[in-house]
Design a protein around this ligand. Structure first.
Ligand SMILES: NC(=O)c1ccc[n+]([C@@H]2O[C@H](COP(=O)([O-])OP(=O)(O)OC[C@H]3O[C@@H](n4cnc5c(N)ncnc54)[C@H](OP(=O)(O)O)[C@@H]3O)[C@@H](O)[C@H]2O)c1
Length: 378
C-alpha cells in the first residue's frame, strides 16, 4: 500500500497532534496545503455528477492521479475533457465491487454514499487497500437542528421515529459515518459534512433560484427577517478543502459551510443583486406566521428558522477553517453559476422548467404570495 506523507501509519500516530478535534500531522496546526504536494492516488466512489467533476479537476490540478467508480450511467456535464486522464472502474455499489478488488490507493473518497450498506461494504473491502477513507456526509445529520452554534461533537439522532417508514437522509448519513470509522478507525477516517452545495453543475434548482430570479428583475419576494442567517458552500471551496485534508492527512470530522462569517438574508439578496444586477423591487415578507400560513419555508439558502430548523444555518465552521477552508465571494459564486446556467452544459428544457415546481417559488406562486402580503399590509 502506498503511504501518504508519513512514512508509516505508526509514524503518523506518533506525530499526531489534536487540532480542535481534528488529527493532523507534520504541518502542525498550519493548515496550508503544501504548494507541491506529494502526488496521491485517489479513488472516488462516484465522480461524475456534481461534486465529482470538481473533485477530479482539483485533484488533477494538484498533481494527483484519480480513479473513479460508477455504474457508467451518469456522464459529467462539466470538465468532461479531464476524464480522459481518469481511470474509470465500472461496477455497482449495491452488488458489484469486483473492479475494486486487488487494487491499492492512497485515499478513497466515498462521495456517492446514499445507503449505509454501501459504505459498510466498500469501507470493509478497502480498509487494507487504502490509507485513509473520506466519507462525504452532510449537515443533514444534525436534523433536528436545535442548537444555535452546531459543532461537530453534537450528539446525532441514529434512529428514525417508528412512524417514519423510510430511513431519513440524516440518519443514513450518520450511520454511514459510523461504518467508515468502524472500518478505518478514528485516525484514518475523514468525515466532511457540507451544508447546501452550490455552484456550476448543481443538479438541484435550489440556490440558483436567486441569481436567476434577481437577474430577471421585477418584484422579488424575499422571505424572512433581515438577519435570518443563510449558509451554503461553493462546490469549489468544498473540494479544495477535501483534497487539502487528504494532502495534509487530517483525520476527523468537519462541518463545511460558508460564508466565513454570519450573513443575513437581506445582505444575501443584496449581494446576489450586486453580482447579477436586474431592476428589482424587494418585497420583504418578514413575518414568520405569514410565511408559515403560505407554506414558504425553504427557499435555499434561506430556511424558515423555526421548530426543527432553528439552527440549520447556524453550523459552526471553525474546525474546517482551521484546517484550511477558504471561501469564494458570493459575487463570484453567483457570476459563475449564472454563466454555467446559460451555457451548453444546461439544456433549454431545464432552463424553461426549473422553477415550475408548485411547492417551490414558481413565478405564479411568488406572485400569489406577494399579492397576499400586500393585501395583509392593507
Ligand atoms: N447537493 C448537496 O447540496 C449536498 C449537501 C450535502 C451533502 N451532499 C452529498 O454530497 C455527495 C455528492 O453527490 P454528487 O452527486 O455530487 O456526487 P458525484 O460523485 O459527482 O456523483 C455521484 C455518482 O455516483 C454514481 N452512482 C450512483 N449510484 C451508484 C451505484 N449504485 N453504484 C456505483 N455508482 C453509483 C453516479 O454515476 P452512475 O449513475 O454512472 O453510477 C454518480 O457519478 C453525496 O454523498 C450527497 O449526499 C450533497
Amino acid at each position: 500500500m502506498r503511504q501518504l506523507i508519513p512514512t508509516s501509519r505508526r509514524d503518523f500516530l506518533r506525530t499526531t497532534a489534536a487540532v480542535g478535534g481534528a488529527l493532523t500531522l507534520g504541518l502542525g496546526s498550519n493548515a496550508c496545503a503544501p504548494s507541491t504536494p506529494r502526488p496521491l492516488s485517489i479513488l472516488i466512489l462516484g465522480g461524475t455528477n456534481f461534486t465529482g467533476p470538481h473533485l477530479v479537476n482539483n485533484a488533477l490540478e494538484r498533481g494527483h492521479s484519480v480513479s473513479i467508480f460508477t455504474r457508467g450511467r451518469t456522464q459529467p456535464t462539466i470538465h468532461q475533457a479531464l476524464f480522459e486522464q481518469v481511470e474509470h472502474l465500472i461496477g455497482d455499489r449495491s452488488d458489484d465491487l469486483e473492479a475494486l478488488k486487488g487494487r491499492t490507493w492512497d485515499a478513497v473518497i466515498d462521495n456517492s454514499g446514499s445507503r449505509v450498506e454501501w459504505t459498510t461494504a466498500s469501507a470493509e473491502l478497502l480498509k487494507d487497500a487504502a490509507d485513509v477513507y473520506m466519507y462525504t456526509s452532510s449537515t443533514g445529520v444534525y436534523l433536528p437542528y436545535l442548537g444555535l452554534d452546531i459543532k461537530e461533537e453534537t450528539e446525532l439522532v441514529l434512529e428514525d421515529p417508528v412512524e417514519v417508514q423510510r430511513r431519513s437522509y440524516g440518519v443514513m448519513k450518520s450511520l454511514s459515518e459510523i461504518e467508515a470509522r468502524k472500518a478505518f478507525g478514528e485516525d484514518r477516517a475523514i468525515i466532511v459534512r457540507p451544508t447546501y452545495i452550490v455552484g456550476p453543475a448543481d443538479p438541484t434548482n435550489r440556490f440558483q433560484y436567486w441569481p436567476i430570479r434577481i437577474a430577471r428583475g421585477g418584484e422579488v419576494l424575499v422571505p424572512g427577517m433581515a438577519d435570518d442567517p443563510v449558509q451554503y458552500i461553493d462546490v469549489r471551496d468544498l473540494v479544495e478543502l477535501m483534497i487539502r485534508l487528504l494532502e495534509n492527512r487530517t483525520a476527523g470530522t468537519f462541518n463545511v459551510a460558508g460564508p466565513a462569517s454570519h450573513l443575513g438574508m437581506h445582505a444575501f439578496v443584496r449581494g446576489v443583486h450586486e453580482a447579477v444586477s436586474g431592476e428589482v423591487t424587494w418585497v420583504m415578507a418578514d413575518d414568520y406566521e405569514f410565511l408559515r400560513e403560505h407554506e414558504v419555508r425553504f427557499v435555499i439558502p434561506w430556511i424558515l428558522p423555526v421548530d426543527n430548523y432553528v439552527g440549520s444555518a447556524r453550523i459552526n465552521i471553525e474546525r474546517a477553517k482551521a484546517a484550511g477552508l477558504t471561501f469564494r465571494s458570493l459575487n463570484q459564486t453567483c457570476v459563475d453559476t449564472l454563466e454555467w446556467w446559460n451555457s451548453d452544459a444546461v439544456t433549454d428544457e431545464r432552463r424553461e422548467t426549473a422553477f415550475n415546481n408548485p411547492r417551490g417559488l414558481s413565478p405564479q406562486r411568488e406572485a400569489d404570495v406577494i399579492a397576499a402580503w400586500k393585501a395583509r399590509q392593507g
